[in-house]
Design a protein around this ligand. Structure first.
Ligand SMILES: C[S@@+](CC[C@H](N)C(=O)[O-])C[C@H]1O[C@@H](n2cnc3c(N)ncnc32)[C@H](O)[C@@H]1O
Ligand code: SF4
Length: 385
């Protein structure tokens, strides 16, 4: 029997749908507190009910209405008529020798994305995806190779965090298994601002995951207008993928630079840090590419570019992937580069590559597009204007 016919039969018989995408219920992972309160008000319920439900889902990592013991049976039944808590389907899990875990999760429609868990001394970071693929076309990034397939929804973004906590056997109340979230997986988070903003609100909400805004980092290739909006709306920690100290080189490596060149980007960074009198520095990410951007003159140019801004530079050894023309810089070149920055009082760290053996390192995530065709949507595709 064809799938649509099966679907119709199930519907006639009052059975649950065959595939999640056939569902007309709202996935609660997609609603921030304000939105959930509105939905409860429409059902004639008090706002605090929304807070209770969020606590069950996020603080206690539950996904069954039946377990919500402080909610009446009647309300639980009515909730089930409007809502669902739909968790992602695990395609594969890989565990690295260093403890890093990579999960490939299937989304509605068949696309798959990747989420990476990185445990370290005193902290555990979850690296989450925000788009299936990416349109920004950075020259050294494997996600860029597939172009943009589609934006992820708020529910899909949040489901990654819930799934990780649940899989790791912890929650966000007693046993916090995740201390930090970074939007450094697949995609450009600020190009999907309308979905990413409610997701951040859920991450920060006391009735949601309850993370402090210093522990949520949005990483961007430099979408200037959305950096300003992020500062106004939620003011999380920010990482800027710089990778080059001048426009000529950055135009080549990070093509969005042609739309928002360095002068505009650095002005936005100044607004993000200085005007709000914040103590936290922006982290500038700089992937070290052998013979391309790793010479002493590049380091000196970078010092000038940062021109007294409170800055921390994170030097990322390039993570190779098939079909790339780039090579990782030599350790001596990275050390010499870092020294030039440190001599000028700029904090410079070198990122330890994690999850290398399972292709879980920065810039190596590829997910899987349903068609297996490379999607050629490139250039600027931004939601939230
Ligand atoms: C994959 S991106 C996702 C977030 C956002 N799109 C951005 O570019 O900041 C996260 C970080 O990985 C870096 N990256 C991409 N490809 C890389 C590679 N092959 N090796 C090392 N880092 C890479 C990016 O430059 C960025 O700093
Ligand atoms: S580095 Fe970031 S912005 Fe650039 S293509 Fe990769 S995911 Fe997109």
């Amino acid at each position: 029997m064809r799938q649509e016919a099966q679907q119709e039969t199930l519907q006639r018989e009052g059975q649950p749908p065959l595939t999640p995408q056939a569902s007309r219920l709202t996935n609660l992972f997609g609603l921030d507190r304000e939105q959930l309160r509105e939905r409860f008000a429409e059902m004639g319920e008090k706002p605090y009910r929304a807070d209770q439900v969020m606590q069950w889902i996020y603080r206690r990592t539950r996904n069954s209405f039946d377990e919500m013991s402080n909610i009446s049976k009647d309300l639980r039944t009515r909730m089930a008529q409007h809502f669902e808590i739909r968790t992602p389907e695990l395609v594969t899990e890989q565990v690295s020798q260093d403890g890093t875990r990579k999960w490939v999760l299937r989304l509605d429609g068949g696309n798959a994305i990747e989420t990476v868990y990185i445990p370290e001394e005193g902290r555990a970071t979850l690296c989450i995806s925000s788009q299936v693929g990416c349109a920004m076309d950075c020259a050294f990034c494997s996600t860029a190779q597939q172009g943009l397939n589609r934006n992820m929804t708020t529910a899909e973004i949040i489901a990654q965090v819930w799934f990780a906590a649940r899989t790791l056997g912890g929650d966000f109340q007693n046993e916090r298994v995740i201390s930090n979230i970074v939007f450094m997986g697949m995609g450009e988070p600020l190009a999907n601002y309308n979905a990413v903003l409610p997701a951040i609100r859920i991450l920060l909400d006391d009735f949601g995951f309850g993370l402090s805004k210093r522990r949520v980092t949005v990483s961007t290739s430099g979408l200037v207008p959305f950096m300003d909006r992020l500062r106004e709306d939620v003011d999380t920690a920010l990482a800027v993928s710089l990778h080059a100290p001048n426009d000529a080189l950055r135009n080549e490596l990070v093509p969005i630079n042609r739309k928002y060149p360095l002068a505009e980007l650095m002005a936005a960074c100044r607004r993000y840090t200085v005007e709000k009198d914040r103590k936290a520095h922006i982290v500038y990410e700089y992937v070290m590419l052998d013979g391309i951007n790793d010479q002493p003159e590049h380091a000196r140019e970078l010092v000038k570019l940062l021109g007294g801004l409170p800055a921390k530079v994170n030097l990322i050894p390039f993570n190779p992937f098939p079909q790339t023309q780039y090579r990782r810089s030599k350790p001596e070149a990275i050390a010499a580069f870092a020294k030039i920055l440190r001599d000028r009082k700029i904090i410079a760290t070198t990122r330890k590559t994690r999850g290398d053996d399972i292709d879980a390192a920065c810039g190596q995530l590829v997910g899987k597009v349903q068609s297996r065709q490379k999607n050629r949507l490139r250039g600027i595709a931004i939601v939230g204007d």
